[in-house]
Design a protein around this ligand. Structure first.
Ligand code: NAD
Ligand code: TYD
Length: 340
């Protein structure tokens, strides 16, 4: 029987990286292809333990490079695409929106064209709850799959645009697709520009932690491995054309998150520094995951167990985030993949 080939885009990033490791280990009978441009957010050192496995492959390419993407699909004849590659940081989208449109919108369209041309069996587009905009502080309101898209940042606007293209390729060309919209992830290999890993690394080093505004904005946190399991389920069991929200009912204010990390590490709350608020800062995100739960998904981490595991992981893997902060990780690709 032909081995199933799975193309994972953005597999050198945080969530894509965890997903690549999850798939390589769970499905030795699949060939997993990690396609990544290796931007500032792409780090291959995280794959040291899987890079020699026979079912792991790495390709460096830009998803917006039509020629390269078409040539790769022609050569490899993928069965599935799981699409993570994106510019993902809201603050960067405020200072430089253009790259968000190029990668998140144009890049997705190039992949959709290739998926259509080479008749893949399923395209899973990994999106975000941020496409729905913001909720107010009423704890009984949630984003459902029917909530209208009302993105507020250039990042979420670019992701919403890509969601609509995915939908359009399904409607127009009958491309088999699913879209997942997940809440904020945390866990191992989270790039230390985002709130949780930034706070852990700063607190460990007794540095100030910048909290935007009054710290009362709410995010709904999900452990990255629960997200990986959700995408695996949608890839194999998702009903063609459907959108699935992913979230585990773990709403916390930013201040609660920061204080939890500080107290777990036994440090002082004097490290907290309130700074100028983010422009267009969304008040609250909260997911209703009922539809995915009906498909059989159950998260395994509570915020308490997940954040404790994550803090311990950052303490045990200081080398990893120190080489990210120093920029040293960027030479690993040359050493391992070009000079080899
Ligand atoms: P990340 O920034 O950690 O990783 C993105 C990866 O994409 C990097 O490895 C980068 O090198 C790669 N990449 C960027 N531009 C590329 C291009 N032009 N061609 C090929 N590769 C390119 O992001 P993440 O946090 O792992 O998020 C992954 C996906 O999940 C994104 O689509 C994001 O919108 C979505 N998402 C993230 C969260 C979250 O909390 N982080 C929540 C829900 C959904
Ligand atoms: P972030 O991790 O950037 O994710 P997102 O903007 O996609 O939700 O930010 C999470 C929350 O933390 C968000 O409300 C902004 C806030 N935040 C801070 O207060 N300080 C920081 O240094 C960062 C990076 C984020």
């Amino acid at each position: 029987m032909k081995k199933q080939k799975v193309l994972v885009t953005g597999g050198a990033g945080f969530i894509g990286g965890n997903f690549v490791q999850y798939m390589v280990n769970k499905y030795p009978e699949y060939d997993i292809y990690n396609l990544d441009l290796l931007t500032y957010a792409g780090d291959l050192t995280k794959h040291r333990e899987i890079e020699e496995k026979p079912n792991y492959n790495f390709v460096q390419a830009d998803i917006a490079d039509k020629e390269a993407i078409m040539a790769l699909f022609e050569k490899e004849k993928f069965d599935y695409v799981v699409h993570f590659a994106a510019e993902s940081h809201v603050d960067r989208s405020i200072t430089n929106p253009e790259i968000f449109v190029l990668t998140n919108v144009l890049g997705t369209q190039v992949l959709l064209d290739a998926a259509k041309e080479y008749k893949i069996s399923k395209f899973v587009h990994v999106s975000t709850d941020e496409v729905y905009g913001e909720l107010d502080f009423d704890p009984t309101t949630f984003f459902t799959e029917e909530t209208p898209l009302q993105p507020n940042s250039p990042y979420s606007a670019s992701k919403a645009s890509s969601d609509l293209l995915v939908r359009a390729y399904h409607e127009t060309f009958h491309l088999p697709i699913n879209i997942t919209r997940c809440s904020n992830n945390y866990g191992p290999y989270h790039f230390p520009e985002k709130l949780i890993p930034l706070t852990i690394s700063r607190v460990v080093n007794d540095e100030k932690v910048p909290v935007y505004g009054d710290g009362k904005n709410i995010r709904d946190w999900l452990h990255v491995l629960d997200h990986c399991a959700a995408i695996d389920l949608v890839l194999h069991e998702g009903v063609n054309g459907e959108v699935y929200n992913v979230g585990g009912h773990n709403e916390r204010t930013n201040l609660e998150v920061v204080k939890t990390i500080i107290s777990t590490l036994g440090k002082s709350e004097e490290l907290i520094e309130f700074v100028q608020d983010r422009l267009g800062h969304d008040k609250r995100y909260a997911i209703d995951p009922t539809k995915l739960e009906r498909l059989g998904w159950i998260p395994t981490y509570t915020f308490e167990t997940g954040i404790a595991q994550t803090i311990q992981w950052y303490l045990d893997n200081k080398d990893w985030w120190e080489q990210i902060l120093s920029g040293e990780y960027q030479s690993y690709f040359e050493k391992q993949y070009i000079l080899k």
